[in-house]
Every structure is written in structure tokens, then in C-alpha cells.
Design a protein around this ligand. Structure first.
Ligand code: ADP
Ligand code: MG
Length: 378
């Protein structure tokens, strides 16, 4: 249905999209997931013909977006990041105008617009000026514009950004219902959103596809490792030094603790390794008491952070596109490893650590294995 081959977009020196390859099949809901700046909007703007690619090819239902733009665009309804609304029009005026642009036959327009307004629940607002609408209603009007004419493919760039929780749930339900008849691609930097709504997830980081699979399969990947979270009393230097003596540790993140004089660490190990005893004795030996320790399997959210902050790690997670990983990224992975030794501040990029990641964090937890629940707390 949509084929993206070797897509590259450069803004001057900046590589915003870096050799993306993927295929979108009919009748599914796809999610582009990635931190801010990952290249989601750029990719969507290219697929929809709003922006020219530097290299690569996009085909929509067999129509090349550059060679047959009109045919290709006819298949797509698009809600860009900033909806293209005319503030001085009423909702109805705007939708009539959009329907005309989309060449919906005149005799069908009125009935169709009525149906769409009812679908996105804006009928009561039809005579209001768009500039007087709340953000949530404006987003719905943008959505109505995208759905007009029922195009087979609907592309939505961060459709729930800036909405309140009730509006978010409504829009998500609407997207799910659209998914029954249409192919939908939506982008989001919120993991819970994508895993709640999408049949298929494509994780994008630094313009590259780092993983793509069903939410379930992505969760299964997380079963390959264990996480230990601990609050340890002592200086960061001492804690770093001792942790570096424990060989089984694959990755460590440090954070300032809320407990006075403590360092919070999140340690990743292979699934069959339990380092808690060794951690206890080593820290006791160094007179660094552990005030809190908790062990769990990794959540989908942890995997997302790991993939997007350290794309080289994606090798094992990648299920679809062999070309997505390069030597460059393997280097990045090695660079990531050295963080274990340096004990510098946690390596979570600002965007990925955004607070929006946390409110719904609980939803992501991979079904807690008996182990993590029974023995986790000490
Ligand atoms: P996302 O939608 O995932 O947040 P974008 O596609 O908007 O990411 O941006 C990808 C990268 O390209 C970012 O680093 C952004 O700063 C850069 N970028 C986007 N648009 C432009 C532009 N018009 N000129 C220069 N750089 C841009
Ligand atoms: Mg964007």
C-alpha cells in the first residue's frame, strides 16, 4: 500500500531522515514512535507529498509521490503536526472548502460533511469560528479534514498532542474505529499511546528505523533482560567503582536520589543473572548501605529508551529491515558501553525523558513474572 525505499532528508548538513525503508500494508494501524526530533514529521511530510526527499522513493498504491502526485495524494488524508486551519472560517465553511479542494462531488458534499462532523463530534460547533474553538476541538476539525472523502490511508502527526486526558481517550477511540476501514499511520512520542492504539509499531530514532514489530513482539524482546533498581548510600564515585567490579552488569544508569546522600542506579543484566546478593555484599563491604532494591524484567518503555538513546543496541530488537543498522551505529553502541565505566550522568536524552513518558508508565509493565513480584522487594 505504501512503500518507502531508502528515504533520506537533509536540512543543510543535518540528516533528519537517514535511509528509511518500510512497507505499510492495508487495514492496519501503524505507529511511528520516537522522541522529539527523531524525524517523524519529516517522514510524514515526505510520504504525503508536502516535502521533497533528498533521496529515495515513496509509492502510494503503486503511484510514485513525485511522478503522480495527484493520484498518490488522492489516497491519503493527512493531519499535519500543525493543522492547516483557517481561523476566520466557521467549522462548516472550512469543511465545505476542504471538501471542494478534495473534489468531493458537489451533490454528496453536504451529507458527507454532516456524517464526518458527527463522527468526530463537532456538529454542535459547526457555526463557530475556528479561532474561537479550544485546542481539542481544533484538533477534531483537523481530523475531520483528514477523513473527508474517506481516503484509504489516513496519516496523523501527533494527533493527541496538547489535548486533555478525556479528549485523548476520545481521539484514540476514534482512531481505533477508523482503523477498521482505513489504513492509519499515526506518530507519537508517547509509548503508551502507540502500544494502546497500534497493530504495528515502528520505532524511529535519529532518522532511522531502530525496531519495527507488533507491540506484543516488542514486549517479548524485553524478556531478555533483568533490571535492578537500587538506592545506595554513598558517593557516586564509590558506587560507580564498586558496580564496575560486577561483571554480569550490562548497563548502568545513574540518577540523583531523593534520599539524602544516596545515588539511584538502574542496572541491566542478562535474564538469567541475578546480581542482588553480590551487590549486597560488595556494597556492605564498602560501607555503602543499600536502602532500597527492586528487581524487575524490563518494560517496553525501558526498551524504547534503550533503543532510542542508543540505536546500536537495536540489533537484537530489529525484526524487519536488515539494512536499518550500520557500522556507525555499532560504534554508537560501543560508545554507550563506555558510559558504564564513566559513571557520568544518566544518558537519557532530554526529549525522551520528558514527563509525558511517565504518567502512564504503569501501563507498559511487561506482565510481571513471579520472580520480580515475589522476590523483588527486600
Ligand atoms: P519529529 O517529528 O520526530 O519530532 P522532525 O521530523 O520534525 O522530528 O525533525 C527531525 C529533525 O530535523 C530535527 O532535528 C529537526 O530539528 C530537523 N528539522 C525539521 N525541520 C527542519 C527544517 N525545516 N529545517 C532544518 N531542520 C529541520
Ligand atoms: Mg513532529
Amino acid at each position: 500500500m505504501i512503500e518507502v525505499k531508502n528515504l533520506v532528508k537533509r536540512y543543510g548538513d543535518h540528516l533528519a531522515v537517514n535511509r528509511l525503508n518500510f512497507t505499510v500494508e492495508e487495514g492496519q494501524i501503524y505507529g511511528f514512535l520516537g522522541p522529539n526530533g527523531a524525524g517523524k514529521s519529516t517522514t510524514m511530510n515526505i510520504i504525503t507529498g508536502y516535502l521533497a526527499a533528498t533521496e529515495g522513493e515513496v509509492t502510494i498504491n503503486g503511484h510514485n509521490i513525485l511522478e503522480e502526485p495527484e493520484e498518490a495524494k488522492k489516497c491519503i488524508g493527512y493531519l499535519p503536526e500543525i493543522p492547516p486551519l483557517y481561523m476566520d472560517m466557521t467549522v462548516l465553511e472550512y469543511l465545505k472548502f476542504a471538501a471542494e479542494l478534495k473534489k468531493i462531488p458537489k451533490e454528496k458534499r453536504e451529507k458527507h460533511i454532516k456524517e464526518i462532523m458527527s463522527l468526530v463530534k463537532i456538529t454542535d460547533m459547526k457555526n463557530r469560528l475556528i479561532k474561537n474553538l479550544s485546542k481539542g476541538y481544533r484538533q477534531r476539525v483537523g481530523l475531520a479534514q483528514a477523513i473527508l472523502g474517506y481516503p484509504p490511508i489516513i496519516i496523523l502527526d501527533e494527533p493527541t498532542v496538547g489535548l486533555d486526558p478525556k479528549q485523548i481517550i476520545e481521539i484514540r477511540d476514534l482512531i481505533k474505529s477508523l482503523g477498521k476501514k482505513h489504513t492509519v499511520i499515526l506518530s507519537s512520542h508517547i509509548l503508551s499511546e502507540v502500544s494502546a492504539v497500534c497493530d504495528y509499531v515502528m520505532i524511529i530514532a535519529n532518522g532511522r528505523l531502530v525496531a519495527s514489530d507488533t507491540p506484543d513482539n516488542l514486549s517479548k524482546l524485553t524478556l531478555g533482560s533483568n533490571t535492578v533498581e537500587a538506592s545506595i548510600k554513598g558517593t557516586r564515585n564509590t558506587v560507580v567503582k564498586i558496580l564496575n567490579q560486577i561483571e554480569e552488569i550490562q548497563n548502568i544508569k545513574y540518577k540523583d536520589s531523593e534520599l539524602p546522600g544516596c545515588v539511584d542506579v538502574t542496572i541491566t543484566t542478562a535474564k538469567d543473572k541475578d546480581i542482588r546478593e553480590e551487590l549486597f555484599y560488595k556494597m556492605a563491604g564498602a560501607r555503602c548501605p543499600i536502602l532500597h532494591i527492586n528487581s524487575s524484567t524490563m518494560s517496553l518503555e525501558d526498551i524504547f529508551l534503550q533503543l532510542t538513546e542508543n540505536p546500536g543496541k537495536a540489533e537484537k530488537a530489529k525484526t524487519e529491515t536488515p539494512q536499518a543498522i550500520s557500522a556507525e551505529e555499532s560504534e554508537a553502541a560501543q560508545a554507550g558501553e563506555s558510559e558504564k565505566v564513566s559513571g557520568e550522568d544518566e544518558n537519557v536524552p532530554e526529549e525522551a525523558a520528558e514527563d509525558e513518558m511517565s504518567p502512564e508508565k504503569g501501563m507498559e509493565k511487561v506482565s510481571g513474572s513471579g520472580k520480580s513480584n515475589e522476590e523483588g522487594e527486600q
